[in-house]
Design a protein around this ligand. Sequence first.
Ligand SMILES: *[C@@H]1O[C@H](CO)[C@@H](O)[C@H](O)[C@H]1NC(C)=O
Ligand SMILES: *[C@@H]1O[C@H](CO)[C@@H](O)[C@H](O)[C@H]1NC(C)=O
Ligand SMILES: *[C@@H]1O[C@H](CO)[C@@H](O)[C@H](O)[C@H]1NC(C)=O
Ligand SMILES: *[C@@H]1O[C@H](CO)[C@@H](O)[C@H](O)[C@H]1NC(C)=O
Length: 375
Amino acid sequence: MELSPSLLLLLLLPPQLAASEATPEPCELDDEDYRCACNFTDPQPDWSSGIQCMVAVEVEIRAGGHSLDKYLKHADPDSQQYADMIKALRLRRLTVGAARVPARLLFAVLRALGYSRLKELTLEDLEVTGTYPPPPLEATGPALSTLRLRNVSWATGGAWLAELQKWLKPNLKVLSIAQTHPLALSCEQFRTFPTLTTLDLSDNPGLGERGLAAALCPHKFPALQDLGLRNTGMETPNGVCAVLAAAAVQPHRLDLSQNALRATANPGGPRCVWPSTLSSLNLSFAGLEQVPNGLPAKLSVLDLSCNRLIRAPRPDELPQMENLILDGNPFRDLGDPKPQQDTMNSSVPLACVHSLLAIGISGTLALLQGVRGFV
Ligand SMILES: *[C@@H]1O[C@H](CO)[C@@H](O)[C@H](O)[C@H]1NC(C)=O
Ligand SMILES: *[C@@H]1O[C@H](CO)[C@@H](O)[C@H](O)[C@H]1NC(C)=O
Ligand SMILES: *[C@@H]1O[C@H](CO)[C@@H](O)[C@H](O)[C@H]1NC(C)=O
Ligand SMILES: *[C@@H]1O[C@H](CO)[C@@H](O)[C@H](O)[C@H]1NC(C)=O
């Protein structure tokens, strides 16, 4: 079979499946031949428009919710011609979104991309259907440094990361997983990620400490430096600390922002020992009224901005703090005499409210607004 000189999903498409000229071009390539974006929302999209993306470095393909089942039978990354074509691509960053994709097709695309020099892959708004293909004998997919998944659902369940990992050359440095189902990662099934420095689980509001304990597979992330847990339904800093300790994860930077945190867990109970590596902790937008107990003693950055702190932290609460960020807390404004109308507004600084609205954290916003009653 003669394969169409096109890309990815398109690269599995023979020309006869491409619709004839219709409406406006779904794909657009910029003047520098650098970025190409396709939006195949049309019911009968002109898939062949994707051919112009072949020269681009950054490609974004949104498939308009189309099911790609019918293209499965054309996946054939075995021909030399096909391999040579993919080797010639300049492609480094790829986003594939808004489609129903059989797992077999997705993995066939990964295998094809093994011939490319792709570095960053983002999968967004995908419904992955069907069962996984048999695993490869060795990793024949791309040597990705970054893999991002947002709103991806896997019909076959919890082993998806293990299945993906079997195809990827072990080079991954950044892994980001948001709004993905299921989020439980089948720890025993996947191998260590030896080079992974950033694990971002932000924007999984249902995760919570329990989910985190299941996701942070012990000893699978030995090189981890950045752990992102923004907007993940965490309840207390100490609870997170306990999960990190149990998983033997030692991040340098931890983002707990945009969680509705309670300052203390289990008061009087045993204190959790934070990883000694931890140098930066983000507790902004967390609805905190007081500085939580038992924070790591030695931090170079602690972000407590946009909380409900009604007094400045005492020196003994944060003994060795070097860079403390306290903007957007009511005590700052209560301390300064100000015209009345100003004080009303500044209990929740506009900057904080705007960012909260932008990120849609209405629960936290309600918490923050609660403080107005105090003023
Ligand atoms: C794709 O096109 C549709 C219809 O033209 C539009 O509504 C939608 O916002 C576009 N999506 C993106 C991501 O540009
Ligand atoms: C998530 O992806 C599905 C398609 O799999 C889509 O229908 C849905 O609108 C997406 N949700 C969000 C919040 O974007
Ligand atoms: C902390 O998180 C907030 C919101 O998620 C972000 O705007 C801020 O830049 C972060 N702070 C630091 C020091 O990175
Ligand atoms: C809050 O500030 C905004 C803009 O700075 C102003 O328009 C508004 O009237 C203020 N509200 C109150 C209650 O002072």
